[in-house]
Write a protein that binds this ligand. Structure first.
Ligand SMILES: CC(C)(COP(=O)(O)OP(=O)(O)OC[C@H]1O[C@@H](n2cnc3c(N)ncnc32)[C@H](O)[C@@H]1OP(=O)(O)O)[C@@H](O)C(=O)NCCC(=O)NCCS
Length: 263
């Protein structure tokens, strides 16, 4: 099998293809030294949230714009994002943003803007992070997958548990990091519980992640289920919760069908 280009080469190609985009981390100044600010060998800048309140406000506005009714409340942003951890950001000139987002923020062409952002919360299990918010306003560039991977790399994450909806384009983004092991439903429930699942990504094999990022991971689904077939997807989660080995593999969803391997 042809070797996929290394993650570093792929990341360099992403930044070369999008001049003006740079990688930042925004969190309590306390955490700067704990982060890897050379993720995959690329440069990242740590901005202490205490001294970058304009950027914090822009993130808050973008999160609430993207997630509408379940956008992050300000106190949650402070207490549960910025105090325990750091948000990974791709910054770019505002002219690169989707027009509706730029208009929402009222930015001029060359104003600095958040093009994409990812937050994963630290957990009590060493190496395990919990994916919380993925945003991207640079459609068609792959920014969602890159901000996610680079943020997890800055956090030195080994495993990720995340929450997604079957019908959200983010499922395709998540499988850029490799097959998702289905865990089950969200502990404690979720606003969109009937179409939501918890998955886990293993980030320890960088060669496999590189293949998945390049969409060169060979993975054959054993079955597919329509994103709209909620009863069938619900019984799939029952089996995952009962301990069955169920994976959702690249490219995630194809023509409205969830790509699965079970057993
Ligand atoms: C989800 C989100 C982060 C994706 O952003 P992105 O990575 O920049 O998006 P892209 O344009 O690169 O698209 C990502 C993938 O979804 C596919 N896609 C995009 N829009 C789609 C749609 N409406 N339906 C199906 N697939 C779609 C793209 O083809 C691409 O797939 P590929 O890379 O495998 O070819 C962005 O749309 C967003 O911020 N949405 C609002 C917030 C949200 O829902 N976050 C996810 C929470 S889990």
């Amino acid at each position: 099998m042809r070797e996929a280009r290394s993650l570093t080469r792929q990341a360099e190609d992403f930044f070369s293809a999008h001049p003006g985009v740079s990688l930042l981390a925004l969190g309590s100044g306390e955490h700067a030294e704990a982060m890897d600010l050379s993720p995959l060998g690329l440069p990242a800048t740590y901005l202490p949230a205490e001294r970058n309140t304009d950027l914090v406000s822009q993130y808050l506005a973008l999160n609430q714009f993207a997630f509408r009714g379940i956008g992050v409340p300000r106190w949650v942003l402070s207490d549960l994002y910025l105090m325990p951890g750091a948000i990974g950001l791709l910054r770019c000139p505002a002219r690169m943003l989707k027009p509706d987002v730029r208009q929402h923020l009222g930015l001029a062409d060359e104003d600095p803007a958040i093009g994409a952002a990812y937050y994963a919360a630290p957990s009590v299990t060493p190496g395990l992070f919990i994916g919380v918010s993925l945003l991207s306003f640079l459609p068609g560039t792959g920014a969602g997958a890159w901000v996610k991977l680079l943020t997890l790399s800055m956090l030195r994450a080994k495993r990720l548990r995340g929450v997604a909806q079957w019908d959200n384009p983010s499922v395709r983004v998540h499988t850029r990091l490799g097959p998702l092991r289905l865990v089950g439903r969200v502990p404690g429930g979720h606003e969109y519980g009937e179409r939501t699942f918890v998955y886990e990504s293993d980030l320890t094999d960088s060669t496999r992640v590189a293949r998945a990022m390049a969409r060169e991971l060979s993975w054959v689904p054993t079955r597919t289920i329509a994103v709209t077939d909620l009863p069938e997807l619900s019984s799939l989660l029952d089996r995952a919760e009962a301990g069955a080995s169920v994976y959702l593999g690249p490219p995630g969803v194809q023509n409205g069908q969830v790509q699965l391997s079970e057993g």
